[in-house]
Design a protein around this ligand. Structure first.
Ligand SMILES: [Zn+2]
Ligand SMILES: [Zn+2]
Length: 177
Protein backbone atom coordinates (compact mmCIF):
# COMPACT_ATOMS: atom_id res chain seq x y z
CA UNK A 1 0.00 0.00 0.00
CA UNK A 2 1.06 3.55 -0.72
CA UNK A 3 2.31 5.48 2.29
CA UNK A 4 2.18 9.22 2.42
CA UNK A 5 1.81 10.51 5.94
CA UNK A 6 0.24 13.87 6.48
CA UNK A 7 0.86 15.58 9.81
CA UNK A 8 -2.42 16.74 11.35
CA UNK A 9 -0.78 18.75 14.12
CA UNK A 10 -1.03 22.11 12.41
CA UNK A 11 -4.39 21.68 10.72
CA UNK A 12 -6.61 24.71 11.37
CA UNK A 13 -9.84 24.22 13.26
CA UNK A 14 -11.98 24.78 10.17
CA UNK A 15 -10.12 22.06 8.30
CA UNK A 16 -7.77 22.11 5.37
CA UNK A 17 -7.90 21.17 1.71
CA UNK A 18 -5.15 19.28 -0.10
CA UNK A 19 -4.60 18.43 -3.74
CA UNK A 20 -2.70 15.43 -5.00
CA UNK A 21 -1.64 14.91 -8.57
CA UNK A 22 1.64 13.12 -7.89
CA UNK A 23 1.01 9.92 -9.84
CA UNK A 24 3.31 7.72 -7.79
CA UNK A 25 0.65 7.61 -5.07
CA UNK A 26 -1.03 5.19 -7.51
CA UNK A 27 1.73 4.01 -9.83
CA UNK A 28 3.82 2.93 -6.81
CA UNK A 29 1.39 0.22 -5.62
CA UNK A 30 0.42 -0.67 -9.21
CA UNK A 31 4.05 -1.57 -9.85
CA UNK A 32 4.62 -3.10 -6.43
CA UNK A 33 1.66 -5.47 -6.76
CA UNK A 34 2.17 -5.92 -10.52
CA UNK A 35 -1.42 -4.93 -11.24
CA UNK A 36 -2.55 -4.77 -14.88
CA UNK A 37 -3.57 -1.10 -14.72
CA UNK A 38 -2.18 1.77 -16.77
CA UNK A 39 -2.97 5.40 -16.07
CA UNK A 40 -4.21 7.09 -19.25
CA UNK A 41 -5.33 10.50 -17.95
CA UNK A 42 -3.52 11.55 -14.75
CA UNK A 43 -5.40 10.93 -11.54
CA UNK A 44 -6.31 14.06 -9.60
CA UNK A 45 -7.41 14.02 -6.00
CA UNK A 46 -8.89 16.67 -3.74
CA UNK A 47 -9.05 15.93 -0.04
CA UNK A 48 -10.57 17.99 2.72
CA UNK A 49 -9.38 17.06 6.21
CA UNK A 50 -11.26 18.12 9.30
CA UNK A 51 -10.12 17.16 12.77
CA UNK A 52 -12.80 16.23 15.31
CA UNK A 53 -12.63 15.30 18.94
CA UNK A 54 -12.91 11.58 18.27
CA UNK A 55 -11.33 11.33 14.87
CA UNK A 56 -10.72 12.76 11.49
CA UNK A 57 -13.19 13.45 8.70
CA UNK A 58 -11.80 13.00 5.21
CA UNK A 59 -13.91 14.09 2.25
CA UNK A 60 -13.36 15.01 -1.38
CA UNK A 61 -12.85 12.89 -4.43
CA UNK A 62 -10.55 11.63 -7.12
CA UNK A 63 -10.88 11.13 -10.84
CA UNK A 64 -8.86 9.95 -13.80
CA UNK A 65 -8.83 7.50 -16.67
CA UNK A 66 -7.08 4.17 -16.68
CA UNK A 67 -6.93 1.05 -18.80
CA UNK A 68 -7.38 -2.42 -17.38
CA UNK A 69 -7.95 -5.84 -18.94
CA UNK A 70 -11.41 -7.06 -19.92
CA UNK A 71 -12.43 -9.81 -17.49
CA UNK A 72 -13.45 -12.07 -20.39
CA UNK A 73 -11.02 -11.48 -23.25
CA UNK A 74 -8.15 -9.61 -21.52
CA UNK A 75 -8.12 -6.83 -24.12
CA UNK A 76 -7.60 -3.30 -22.78
CA UNK A 77 -10.68 -1.52 -21.45
CA UNK A 78 -10.57 2.23 -20.94
CA UNK A 79 -12.27 3.25 -17.76
CA UNK A 80 -13.00 6.77 -16.61
CA UNK A 81 -13.73 7.01 -12.93
CA UNK A 82 -14.91 9.56 -10.44
CA UNK A 83 -14.84 8.45 -6.84
CA UNK A 84 -16.28 10.41 -3.94
CA UNK A 85 -14.44 10.26 -0.64
CA UNK A 86 -16.34 10.52 2.61
CA UNK A 87 -14.81 8.64 5.50
CA UNK A 88 -14.29 9.05 9.21
CA UNK A 89 -11.21 7.66 10.89
CA UNK A 90 -11.29 7.17 14.64
CA UNK A 91 -8.37 8.46 16.68
CA UNK A 92 -6.00 5.83 18.01
CA UNK A 93 -6.74 5.49 21.71
CA UNK A 94 -3.18 5.27 22.99
CA UNK A 95 -0.26 7.33 21.85
CA UNK A 96 1.29 4.13 20.73
CA UNK A 97 2.36 3.38 17.18
CA UNK A 98 2.65 -0.34 17.97
CA UNK A 99 -1.07 -0.84 18.55
CA UNK A 100 -1.82 -3.82 16.37
CA UNK A 101 -5.56 -3.29 16.41
CA UNK A 102 -5.34 0.44 15.98
CA UNK A 103 -6.88 2.35 13.08
CA UNK A 104 -5.17 1.79 9.80
CA UNK A 105 -4.86 5.33 8.55
CA UNK A 106 -4.18 7.33 11.71
CA UNK A 107 -1.12 6.99 13.89
CA UNK A 108 0.76 8.79 16.60
CA UNK A 109 4.31 9.64 15.67
CA UNK A 110 5.60 10.74 19.08
CA UNK A 111 3.16 13.59 19.82
CA UNK A 112 2.24 14.12 16.18
CA UNK A 113 -0.99 12.74 14.85
CA UNK A 114 -0.51 11.60 11.26
CA UNK A 115 -2.87 10.49 8.53
CA UNK A 116 -1.83 8.01 5.86
CA UNK A 117 -3.35 9.95 2.99
CA UNK A 118 -1.49 7.77 0.46
CA UNK A 119 -3.21 4.66 1.83
CA UNK A 120 -6.61 6.36 1.69
CA UNK A 121 -6.13 7.55 -1.91
CA UNK A 122 -5.01 4.08 -2.96
CA UNK A 123 -7.97 2.39 -1.24
CA UNK A 124 -10.43 4.83 -2.84
CA UNK A 125 -8.89 4.22 -6.25
CA UNK A 126 -9.34 0.45 -5.85
CA UNK A 127 -12.95 0.96 -4.69
CA UNK A 128 -13.71 2.94 -7.85
CA UNK A 129 -12.75 0.07 -10.17
CA UNK A 130 -15.38 -2.24 -11.65
CA UNK A 131 -15.45 -5.84 -10.35
CA UNK A 132 -15.62 -7.30 -13.81
CA UNK A 133 -14.55 -4.81 -16.47
CA UNK A 134 -15.82 -5.62 -19.96
CA UNK A 135 -14.57 -4.32 -23.32
CA UNK A 136 -18.26 -4.41 -24.26
CA UNK A 137 -21.39 -5.98 -22.77
CA UNK A 138 -21.47 -8.67 -25.43
CA UNK A 139 -17.82 -9.66 -25.16
CA UNK A 140 -17.57 -13.36 -26.01
CA UNK A 141 -14.27 -13.88 -24.23
CA UNK A 142 -11.55 -16.37 -24.93
CA UNK A 143 -12.24 -19.93 -26.04
CA UNK A 144 -11.16 -22.19 -23.14
CA UNK A 145 -10.16 -24.92 -25.61
CA UNK A 146 -8.08 -23.17 -28.25
CA UNK A 147 -7.37 -19.76 -26.69
CA UNK A 148 -8.88 -17.84 -29.60
CA UNK A 149 -10.33 -14.41 -28.80
CA UNK A 150 -13.89 -15.12 -29.93
CA UNK A 151 -14.64 -11.44 -30.60
CA UNK A 152 -12.30 -11.41 -33.56
CA UNK A 153 -12.65 -14.92 -34.95
CA UNK A 154 -14.99 -17.86 -34.56
CA UNK A 155 -13.78 -21.27 -33.57
CA UNK A 156 -15.78 -24.50 -33.46
CA UNK A 157 -14.46 -25.91 -30.20
CA UNK A 158 -17.54 -25.64 -27.97
CA UNK A 159 -20.02 -26.62 -30.62
CA UNK A 160 -18.03 -29.72 -31.45
CA UNK A 161 -17.50 -30.72 -27.85
CA UNK A 162 -20.94 -30.00 -26.44
CA UNK A 163 -23.39 -30.68 -29.20
CA UNK A 164 -23.42 -34.25 -30.53
CA UNK A 165 -25.55 -33.11 -33.44
CA UNK A 166 -22.53 -31.23 -34.71
CA UNK A 167 -20.59 -34.49 -35.03
CA UNK A 168 -21.51 -34.82 -38.66
CA UNK A 169 -19.89 -31.49 -39.52
CA UNK A 170 -16.61 -32.43 -38.00
CA UNK A 171 -15.37 -34.03 -41.16
CA UNK A 172 -16.56 -31.29 -43.44
CA UNK A 173 -13.95 -28.89 -44.63
CA UNK A 174 -15.02 -25.28 -44.12
CA UNK A 175 -13.91 -23.06 -46.90
CA UNK A 176 -12.46 -19.80 -45.68
CA UNK A 177 -11.99 -16.71 -47.81
ZN1 LIG B 1 -13.64 -8.48 -23.79
ZN1 LIG C 1 -11.82 -22.61 -29.68
Amino acid sequence: MSELWLSLTDIPEQGQEYFYSEQNVWTGPIEEFELPYAIIDPIQARVFVLLREKGCLISGGLNGRISLPCSRCAEDVFFEFEQKINIFELLPEEKNTEDFFGPEFLRWNNDNLELNIGGILWEQFILSLPDKPLCNEGCMGICPYCGQNKNSQFCNCIREKEDPRMEIFRHLKVKKD
